[in-house]
Design a protein around this ligand. Structure first.
Ligand SMILES: [Zn+2]
Length: 65
């Protein structure tokens, strides 16, 4: 009768390990590390208002610091 519970406990153990791994991976990834990426900035080269990212999509100029 106890043999029925062995694969059940085994599967539960695997699920707990997967949940732990996902939780650790989420903890290691900071959500808002670079908030500057979300700010609008004007390209000094072509004057384009870049909405996203730190590089101009037209002339590939990096965002000035
Ligand atoms: Zn530009």
């Amino acid at each position: 009768m106890n043999y029925f519970f062995i694969p059940l406990i085994f599967l539960m153990g695997i699920m707990i390990i997967i949940i732990c791994v996902l939780y650790i991976q989420r903890e290691e990834t900071p959500e808002n590390d670079d908030q500057e990426d979300l700010e609008e900035w004007t390209c000094p080269d072509c004057g384009f208002a870049v909405q996203l990212g730190t590089e101009c999509p037209f002339c590939y100029t990096k965002k000035p610091t």
